[in-house]
Design a protein around this ligand. Sequence first.
Ligand code: 13P
Length: 250
Amino acid sequence: MQNGSRKLLIIGNWKMHTTGAQATGLAKEIALGVGPRVDIQVVLCPPFTVLEGVSQVLSGSTVQLGAQNLYPGPMGAVTGEVCAEMLKAVYCAYVLVGHSERRVLLREPDELINQKIHTALENRIKPVLCIGEPLEVRDSGNTWPFLQTQLERALDKVPQDLIENVVIAYEPLWAIGSGQPSSPDGAQAVHAQIRQFIDTFSSSAAKLRILYGGSVKPENAQQLLAQPDIDGLLVGGASLKAKSFLDIIG
Ligand code: 13P
């Protein structure tokens, strides 16, 4: 499954769920279900405490590993943080950056998000930059200016030739965990705008993968993936059960 030259990317964000055996069991079931498929890329983002165990389960499979966060600096005296070197040691290929739960609950600012993007790219870990507007912004008709500002700040000074290593995930806040996903048409319109915007400063816009996230379920996944600018999905709740996640992958 491809959108032009873009291989579809389905990421499971386990958020703050799973401990030891639960995580490795879930990863095993998913890796087995995905099997030898190379037409799509599946990525799992478990919590830090189980990254190593899940990494071992996924070794030799086609499913890749991602982290949910990273500290924008080298190994050192930073209590409670995890750096890129640690993520690479467990073979993380992707890292989520700027998830709305971190932006809102931990007041993560755009500046820090920008530093994390730079650090990930310098370490050859693909950052998955999450952007999305809250309900009041959507209702006031200001979705695009809001998203453009998030993009400009997060991608500040990222060399244009590295843009194709960034993944953008459009996750409207009103759709996350609400059971109210964006309509496929609505999400497509935003994705097309994001690609047009990237095209204004990078020649890699056609290669950039733009994912949709927010209440993705087996029932709506295929319709979303059928849109020309939706290159994959970032799945929360429905990635915590092997069957529903595998049904989303299709
Ligand atoms: P849900 O799929 O649970 O709505 O979560 C989406 C999300 O935030 C993924 O990062």
